[in-house]
Ligand binder design. Sequence first.
Ligand code: C5P
Length: 363
Amino acid sequence: MGPDVEAHRWVLSPMAYNLASMTVQVRSFAKINLGLRIGAVRGDGFHELLTVYQTLALHDVIRVSVGRGSGIEIRCEDPRVPKDESNTCYRMVEKAVRALKAKGRVVVEIEKRLPVQGGMGGASSNAVAALLGLERGLKKILPVAERLRIAAEVGSDLPLFLIGGTVLGVGRGEQVYPLEDLPAMACVVVTPEVGVSTPKAFAEWDRKPVVLSAREVVAVPAQDFSSHPNKLTAADSSDRMVELGRGLAAWLSESYSGAPSIRRKQRGRAENPLLALVRTGIQNDFEQVVFPEYPELSEGKKAVERAGAKYASLSGSGSTLYGLFASKEAARAAAEKLRKQGWAAQSTVSLPRREYWRRVFAG
Ligand code: C5P
């Protein structure tokens, strides 16, 4: 019996947890970035980041089985997904098995439903789902801090999937803090057939000439322009991050202030917290380097805006684009319109934290 036939035998049961075959099924959700600011390059070569992640209802399905023997096997019908040690699920399982002091042969089957294009954190989410499945399969759980540490070792945007909902990401994006959840929002995701390399996009950002706003020019002494161009870049980056940080702090303190009038207003109109967030100046810095390189992505964003999005952006370094809409109907109609124009578009909703965790293990 070939490995694929065997894999199908395992997945016959729709149950989330099947004792007989020890297969655990986990949903692996996508994310978008509601704003992303790139800061200075750090000593370790990574860039300081400030971003707000938001989980979406679109998902892959991960099935984890633990049997006799040893080793890790990755199965996936999509030829674009690596099956070797470079797969994020492989790396995560390897670390988790060691940390859990567990024994056995671990098979991870990845059912790709999300587009493989970047920006939605598919591979990162798959790895976290593999960890959750493994823990269930072994009936052992790692301490939360250990989970976060291992996830961050595998990649910068894995830890967010251990929190779900609306998440603040700092450091290189791996330090995550649960934010007060934005209400579920209707959105459209567009996945152009373009592969954007994240390291290349960061490198391009570093090469980008510094364009300072009038306010920033006033703030920087003139002699610094000629003598310390790199220092200037860093100052510019930090300024921009501080600016978004202030905006987010204002947004949060407003929503946490408990002032009854504010809270009533927010509950009454679901899009208000989002509009308040948009007013903080959220934007994705990657657009500045990715759009000139791939003009079709800039066109895609304009098409999403024309289709009626309240807010549209590139997600991560792309190529995924998304738009947030006032209602599910508006999102569905926009996705249909975009598809007619030739864009690969689908409508979905954002997943607040509770809903995220309710659905992760739902069969
Ligand atoms: O951590 P992750 O695997 O997602 O990072 C992929 C690459 O993107 C890194 O090797 C690095 O080149 C770049 N990166 C960065 N700064 C970050 C995150 C990623 O320069 N904050």
